[in-house]
Each structure stands twice: as structure tokens, then as C-alpha cells.
Design a protein. Structure first.
Length: 311
């Protein structure tokens, strides 16, 4: 049931209608999988895929041609050697996934030696929207498409901690200054000048504001709008909560070298406590009951699509 405030405006599900449903689920190619230790993970994987497919079928009543295909695939990375497509969801293991893609493609010998800047600013990996329409369609129809998601509230708090609680030459002057200027009464000159010190409550005010002083960002954008899971039929749905086992199973599925394992290290701010359910609870205490509800409503589709329990 949709929250009342969402009923009052356009339904968040309405933009799914009038597009092609993904083709029926096809079995994953398990030719490369060896050993029986993956059986439980495989069963979980099939349940996730079926759950998402059922959700999409429920909310797509009519079928029409997709539009803006190039936009739909703008967050998808291509690895041609193993024929995989990865839709990037920030704060759900994406930095290490990019490292793995670089190793799979032969750009690096080990995921452990690739710097954060090389991963995000090196432009070593190609995105699907850089191909012509034929190249996009061919890869969408023949490559193994995968996505890794995370509990929406954990992902949100993780993004806030990363971008606003540490020095950042982009997020503080671009987002921080605008947020402090609009939502902090009697802000001092230093805060207005630097944009540093944004409080979580101020960040949530910005997130929920239909007239945001600065636009959205991929680090807190909904997965439903980053990866379009009801328009693109993902073959594999991993979760951050079971990241290592899901990732290593996927690497077996696509025939990666047996020596390649998903990296365990934390990409940045390694001394910080990981953003857990308990950490999230502490941040949510700063919000009013209404703000907590509205934040949940904001990520409503992500909770539904990937079967996460509401906080």
C-alpha cells in the first residue's frame, strides 16, 4: 500500500507502466561452477530473481517499447572478455567491483593494488552507453547482467558518513554549502564558506525537499532510478549483506580465474566503524518520526524490489 503523501502526487510506480517487461527468466549458465558449497547461495539467488520478477510483473500492466535506452544503461559497466554487465550502485561494494572488472578485463593483475582514484577517475572501464544502439542491444541480450544492492537506510547513512564527515573537495563546497545555507538557521560564516559540518538532519531535509537547492547524486539516488531493475532483466542479484559469498559465486559463474577472489578491504576510511544496522539506528535518532517515515517512503521501491525489511 502506497503512503498517503505519495498517493497525493504521482505514484512512484507509474513510471514503470507502459514499458516492455523483461523477458522470462532464463537459467544462469553454471558450467564453470565446481563443488557443492554454492548450493545454498544458488538457491538464495534464484529466490531473489524470482521475487524481483514477480514484483515487476505486478507493477507493469501494459507493454510498450522502451524509450531513452541510452539513459537506462548509463550506470552499467562493460567487461567484454567474460561478457558481463555490472550496474554500479554506490555504497554497495562498487569500488571493489570496479577493481575486479579491471582484473577480469586484463587491465590489472590484482585487485589489491588498484588505488581509489584509479578506480573512479582512471576511465579504464567502458560504460554501456558509450556503444552504439546495436552494441547496447547485443550486450543486453547476450551478456550476464548483475547488480549488487544494499539495505537502503544503511546505504544512505554510509553515503552521508563518507561524503560529509570527512574532508571532501567536491561534496562540501557543492552540496554542503547549499545545504547549510538553506537548512541551517543562523549559520556562521565559516560553515557557509566551506560547506563542512553538515548534520544528518540537514542532509535529510535536503533529500526530502522537492525544491532541493542542488540536485540528486548517485550515492543516495534510489537503485530503482540508477539501474532500472524492472526494465533490465538482471541475471544475478547480489546483496551487500552477503557480499563476499555472493561475489565469489558470481565470479565462478562467469569463469573467472580461480585465483581471483573478491577483495575484503574497505576502500576508504578504513579505521571507521562499518555502517551497520546499529550505526544506522544512532543516526535515525536525530530525525523526527515523520522524517524517518518520509525517508523510508523515499526508498519505498528499493525496499519492495529487493525484499528488504522496513526499519
Amino acid at each position: 500500500r502506497l503512503p498517503e503523501q505519495q498517493k497525493a502526487s504521482e505514484s512512484p510506480l507509474s513510471w514503470f507502466r507502459g514499458v516492455y517487461l523483461p523477458p522470462a527468466l532464463h537459467p544462469l549458465n553454471k558450467t564453470f561452477v565446481k563443488g557443492g558449497e554454492w548450493q545454498d547461495i544458488d538457491r538464495t539467488q534464484e529466490k531473489r530473481r524470482a521475487f524481483l520478477q514477480d514484483f515487476c510483473r505486478k507493477y507493469n500492466s501494459r507493454k510498450k517499447l522502451q524509450t531513452h535506452l541510452v539513459h537506462l544503461v548509463s550506470r552499467i559497466y562493460v567487461e567484454d572478455r567474460h561478457k558481463v554487465l555490472y550496474c554500479e550502485v554506490p555504497k554497495a561494494g562498487c569500488s571493489n567491483w570496479k577493481r575486479v572488472l579491471m582484473v577480469l578485463s586484463g587491465l590489472a593483475a590484482s585487485a589489491n593494488n588498484i588505488s581509489h582514484d584509479d578506480v573512479h577517475y582512471g576511465k579504464h572501464l567502458r560504460k554501456l552507453d558509450s556503444y552504439d544502439l546495436k552494441g547496447i542491444h547485443t550486450r543486453l541480450n547476450t551478456y550476464t547482467k548483475f547488480i549488487f544492492v544494499r539495505d537502503p537506510m544503511e546505504r544512505l547513512v554510509s553515503a552521508f558518513r563518507d561524503k560529509f564527515e570527512h574532508p571532501n573537495s567536491y561534496y562540501h563546497p557543492v552540496f554542503g554549502k547549499a545545504i547549510i545555507k538553506k537548512y541551517r538557521h543562523n549559520a556562521d560564516e565559516e560553515a557557509l564558506k566551506t560547506g563542512s559540518g553538515v548534520k544528518f538532519k540537514e542532509f535529510i531535509q535536503y533529500l526530502l525537499d522537492s525544491h532541493r537547492p542542488v540536485g540528486m547524486d548517485i550515492h543516495w539516488e534510489q537503485v530503482s532510478k540508477l539501474c532500472y531493475p524492472c526494465l533490465i532483466n538482471y541475471d544475478f542479484i547480489g546483496k551487500f549483506e552477503t557480499l563476499e559469498e555472493d561475489a565469489n559465486y558470481f565470479l565462478q559463474l562467469v569463469g573467472a580465474s580461480a585465483s581471483l577472489k573478491f577483495p575484503k578491504f574497505k576502500d576508504r576510511h578504513s579505521s571507521d566503524e562499518r555502517t551497520s544496522a546499529e550505526v544506522v539506528r544512532q543516526y535515525l535518532k536525530e530525525l523526527s518520526k515523520q522524517e524517518r517515515q518520509l525517508t523510508y517512503d523515499f526508498y519505498y521501491l528499493d525496499y519492495l524490489m529487493f525484499n528488504y525489511t522496513s526499519p
